[in-house]
Design a protein around this ligand. Structure first.
Ligand code: HEC
Ligand code: HEC
Ligand code: HEC
Ligand code: HEC
Length: 213
């Protein structure tokens, strides 16, 4: 009996964490808006065959060309000219893979159709002009490409809290776009719960990480 109960809980947990179903009809369901092709929504980002040769296990079966930039990095100014740092002097590095995935559409200049497999079937659309474009100027966006330096001016928790993720780049675990966002997640635009593909609850997520603020 106890075993069956635990099994039921396990099944419920799996069901409640499988966010992939939500992508249909979300703003990341480009099969509806990407323009006259027969790719599934997943194939704008993943492919079953002939994927990117980058075998990073956190970037499975990746199907997009990474954007070349150049990107202008966030800079608090605390390090003087030419040294991009936060107020706590944490170096701000070029966007890592888990930001480039996003910027391969959200840079405002890359075509949604810049996929490795299936591109010829896509129409030529970019995010230019959309309020959802982040652009190549990252100066006005929350720092990305930063390592986790607990207990500094930013009031960070001792380690990154769940469900947020850090990504190993250049031998250190860094914050990237996908640390705060899950591209498969809910993008409900209901006025009370607007959650643009966020990993956490928008009302608490800043203090989830900045717990000493
Ligand atoms: C808009 C781009 C995009 C679309 C569309 C997309 N994915 Fe992903 N997927 C990603 C990214 C980016 C990651 C890496 C997650 C990260 O950065 O932590 C990922 C990771 C995954 C993973 C690894 C588990 C995880 O959570 O990291 C699986 C499995 C997956 N995707 C399946 C799917 C399936 C199935 C679909 C279609 C229903 C889909 N994806 C559609 C971008 C996308
Ligand atoms: C294949 C292209 C593509 C990729 C890759 C992609 N996006 Fe998007 N994203 C879109 C499109 C298209 C929209 C809707 C644009 C519009 O409405 O003008 C969108 C919208 C969004 C929104 C707004 C949701 C809302 O409800 O307002 C967020 C947030 C977002 N994306 C985050 C991300 C993040 C983070 C990543 C990387 C993990 C990512 N996207 C990767 C195409 C992409
Ligand atoms: C520290 C967490 C965090 C990081 C890192 C982050 N975002 Fe966001 N993002 C948010 C939150 C929170 C919102 C919702 C803002 C709102 O409701 O007004 C948001 C909103 C968005 C939107 C919706 C449109 C807008 O401007 O509000 C897009 C698109 C987006 N993010 C893309 C990205 C991309 C691309 C990156 C990496 C370059 C990124 N985000 C990095 C937390 C983050
Ligand atoms: C996933 C964890 C995480 C979340 C969620 C998060 N941050 Fe941050 N934030 C960081 C990290 C890491 C830094 C870099 C700290 C450092 O200077 O070493 C940072 C830095 C900052 C800074 C200081 C920048 C500087 O130049 O020193 C501000 C301000 C900030 N975040 C605001 C926010 C706001 C507002 C939100 C909610 C929308 C948010 N953060 C959500 C991790 C997070």
């Amino acid at each position: 009996m106890k075993k069956i109960f635990l099994l039921m809980i396990a099944i419920l947990l799996v069901a409640s964490t499988s966010a992939f179903a939500i992508i249909a009809g979300s703003l990341h369901d480009l099969s509806a808006t990407g323009g006259g092709n027969n790719l599934s929504s997943c194939q704008y980002c993943h492919t079953p065959h002939h994927a990117s040769a980058d075998t990073d296990s956190t970037l499975p079966l990746w199907n997009r060309a990474m954007p070349a930039g150049p990107f202008t990095l966030y800079d608090s100014g605390a390090g003087g000219a030419g040294a991009e740092v936060t107020l706590s002097s944490t170096p701000v590095n070029a966007p890592g893979k888990h930001s480039l995935t996003c910027l391969s559409c959200h840079d405002g200049v890359s075509n949604y159709g810049d996929v490795i497999v299936g591109g010829a079937r896509l129409s030529d659309v970019t995010m230019a002009g959309s309020t959802k474009a982040i652009g190549e100027q990252l100066t006005t966006t929350h720092p990305i490409g930063v390592a986790w330096n607990a207990g500094n001016l930013a009031g960070l928790a001792a380690s990154v809290p769940s469900p947020y993720r850090l990504y190993d780049t250049g031998g250190e675990d860094r914050l990237e776009c996908a640390s705060c966002h899950d591209p498969h997640s809910d993008d409900s635009v209901a006025a009370t719960s607007f959650s643009p593909f966020l990993r956490g609850d928008k009302t608490t997520m800043c203090s989830d990480c900045h717990s000493a603020k």
